[in-house]
Structure formats: structure tokens, C-alpha cells
Design a protein around this ligand. Structure first.
Ligand SMILES: Cc1cc2nc3c(=O)[nH]c(=O)nc-3n(C[C@H](O)[C@H](O)[C@H](O)COP(=O)(O)OP(=O)(O)OC[C@H]3O[C@@H](n4cnc5c(N)ncnc54)[C@H](O)[C@@H]3O)c2cc1C
Length: 320
């Protein structure tokens, strides 16, 4: 097989389709094909991957991304990568994806760039753009070993429907799991996909008590917003589930409207929301860094500002 191909994988088909859009651009430049790895039942997914640009499809039914752990998934992905020798492997930077990418790169003794924003080619060298130093700087980095294993932040690229050749490739594979499940404990989840929300209200440590969340929840409700938070609110105080926290170690969101309530705007939070279209900041401190991210700033106490905003929005909605 060629060594110029671009292979994509995600345990979420929607994210794999986004990666196919980027993969297609890169493989066209490299004069090669775009491949996708499908774990579990191929079924009608093969046609969908083809519609989104896959020329070759590697289906491994022995491993199912919905049931198996990252070790088995990584083993299957490594198997395909080592058999096909692509130039670039694109993996969606989900929790599972980041683990899989590290495993694949380590098993092939090659480089891995995580949470990238973009990938480009300099001649045939692969260059990535990614945040470094806690998200404070953007770095451009060039791979020195190949295949280049790259995780891409979700929703950086839009899935397109540019049909690929859709050739089905069968690869023999036997799972040799190195880990077995000894127990299972469900993490508390809100079940909400903040990444897809059009309006997000994010609450920070400006809130004094858990009970006061009602105030923010009511505001979010009239605004038709999903509720997000900073890491201290979910991680330290446990006032909201883990999957509501936004930032470097949490979700990346890009809503049309983002309202930061009592959020200081540390860089680790800002990297998760800086793609928002319009940002409103409510903070008592005029020097809070969040104001620099904001299109509209309200320098004031959230306990006074939120009830007023909530009732004004309610009144406007009643009139419409
Ligand atoms: C490796 C690493 C990863 C991290 N990842 C993340 C991450 O993914 N997401 C994240 O959020 N953080 C993350 N953090 C933590 C981050 O550095 C900050 O500590 C955190 O974002 C601050 O949260 P905050 O804004 O809620 O709290 P604070 O920084 O304490 O800010 C509270 C703000 O509320 C304002 N305020 C106080 N009272 C009121 C009031 N009555 N009305 C209005 N405003 C008020 C204050 O002026 C202040 O600006 C990470 C840290 C590390 C080291």
C-alpha cells in the first residue's frame, strides 16, 4: 500500500465524518487516498462513510467502540495503521481518542500531536497547529517521524458530502486484550452535549453557595441556554456534573452566545470557549481577564444582575 494515505478514526461516527473533510484535503494534496476505520458492525455505516469521502474502509467487527475499552480500540486501530502505513492518522480528540492516539503512536514508535487545531503540508512534511503552555500560545510543529498521529479537537472541521470510492478492505484481526474489566462505576453525567449548544451560560466561583445555582439555572432557562461551568465548580465543589465543565481539561464549546457569570477567565477556561461568537461577561472585578474576551461586559454583582436580566428577558418573551 501507499505511504501517503490519510487514515481517520473516531469512536463517534459524526466526528469521523468531520475528520474525513480534512483528510480529503490532505490526501488530495498528497495524491493519495483517504481511509476510515470502522469498529463494530459495518452495516449501513459503510455507505455513510463513503458519502463523507472515504475511499477505503477498514471494518473490524471484533471490536466495538460502544462496548470495548480504549485498550482494545487502540489495538484494533494500531493493527490497521501498521498494515496500511499511512502518512497521517487523524483521530478525534475525545477522551477515548486521545488515549487511542497515544497507544498507536507508542506502539509504532512514532510522534503524536494532541488536540490540534489544524494540519497542513509543507512539501510532504506534516505541520500541525496546536495550543501549548496551558493554551496561552499557539505553536506550529513539524513531524520528524511517520506516520504522523494527530488528534483533532472536535468541531474544528465541518463534515462534507464529497463521495469517496468506498472500497471495503478486509483485515484479519484477533484481539489480545491486555486489560480486563474488574469493576464498573458510572460517572455522574448530565447527558447534555454542551459542544453542540447554541447558547451557553457558564458559572464560576463568583457563585457563593450551591443553592444559588437556582438563580443561574433560571437565567439559563429563560435564555434557552445549556448550563456550563468552570473546573472548580464541577471538579472541586462538585456542584455540577463533570461533563459540564468547559476548558482545557473539559469541553470545548462554540455557541452563538456565551454568558460567563462570575468566571475570572483564566486561560485554562478560555481555551474551551474562545470560539464562541458573542461573549457576555458578568463580573464584579473590572480587571477580571474574562472582560477581555467579552463583546459585552457587565461589571456588577451576579446576585443583582441575574434577577434583573431574567425578568427583562421573560417580559420580552411574553410580548413576542
Ligand atoms: C492543568 C489545569 C487545567 C485546568 N483546566 C481547567 C478547565 O478546563 N476549565 C476551567 O474552568 N478551569 C481549569 N483550570 C483551573 C483554572 O486555572 C482556574 O482556576 C479556573 O478556571 C477558575 O475558575 P473560576 O473562574 O470559577 O474561579 P475564580 O478564578 O476564583 O474566579 C471567580 C470570579 O468571580 C468573580 N466574582 C466574585 N463574586 C462575584 C459576584 N458576586 N458577581 C460576579 N462576579 C463575581 C471574581 O471577581 C472572579 O473573577 C485548570 C487548571 C490547571 C492547572
Amino acid at each position: 500500500m501507499t505511504e501517503k494515505a490519510v487514515l481517520v478514526f473516531s469512536e463517534e461516527d459524526g466526528l469521523a465524518f468531520e475528520l474525513l473533510a480534512l483528510a480529503k484535503q490532505l490526501s488530495n494534496q498528497l495524491g493519495s487516498w483517504t481511509g476510515a476505520i470502522i469498529l463494530g458492525d459495518g452495516g449501513d455505516r459503510v455507505a455513510k462513510f463513503t458519502e463523507h469521502g472515504a475511499d477505503k474502509l477498514f471494518v473490524i467487527s471484533e471490536v466495538d467502540s460502544r462496548k470495548d475499552g480504549p485498550d482494545a480500540i487502540a489495538e484494533a486501530v494500531s493493527h490497521v495503521v501498521s498494515r496500511t502505513s499511512p502518512r497521517i492518522v487523524l483521530i478525534a480528540a475525545t477522551k477515548v481518542g486521545k488515549e487511542v492516539a497515544a497507544y498507536v503512536a507508542q506502539s509504532l514508535r512514532t510522534g503524536c500531536a494532541s488536540e490540534c487545531l489544524d494540519v497542513s503540508l509543507k512539501d510532504s512534511q506534516v505541520e500541525v497547529t496546536r495550543f501549548v503552555m496551558g493554551g496561552g500560545f499557539l505553536a506550529r510543529q513539524i513531524f520528524e517521524s511517520y506516520p504522523a498521529v494527530i488528534t483533532i479537537l472536535p468541531h474544528r472541521f465541518q463534515a462534507t458530502t464529497s463521495k469517496g470510492k468506498g472500497e471495503l478492505e478486509k483485515l484479519e484481526f484477533a484481539v489480545q486484550r491486555k486489560m480486563s474489566k474488574v469493576g464498573f462505576r458510572a460517572v455522574e453525567k448530565s447527558g447534555v452535549r454542551l459542544e453542540d449548544a447554541e447558547v451557553v451560560v457558564a458559572v464560576g466561583r463568583g457563585l457563593k453557595r450551591k443553592d444559588d445555582l437556582k438563580l443561574v439555572e433560571e437565567f439559563a432557562k429563560v435564555l434557552g441556554a445549556e448550563l456550563g461551568c468552570t473546573r472548580p465548580i464541577s471538579g472541586d465543589l462538585k456542584w455540577l456534573p463533570e461533563d459540564r465543565h468547559i476548558g482545557l481539561s473539559g469541553k470545548r464549546v462554540k455557541p452563538k452566545l456565551y454568558v460567563a457569570v462570575g468566571v475570572s477567565g483564566q486561560i485554562q477556561h478560555v481555551v474551551g470557549m474562545r470560539d464562541s461568537k458573542t461573549v457576555v461577561c458578568i463580573n464584579t472585578d473590572p480587571n477580571a481577564p474574562m472582560h477581555k474576551e467579552a463583546d459585552y461586559s457587565i461589571i456588577g454583582d451576579l446576585y443583582k444582575v441575574l434577577p434583573v436580566l431574567t425578568s427583562v428577558i421573560k417580559r420580552i418573551k411574553e410580548k413576542v
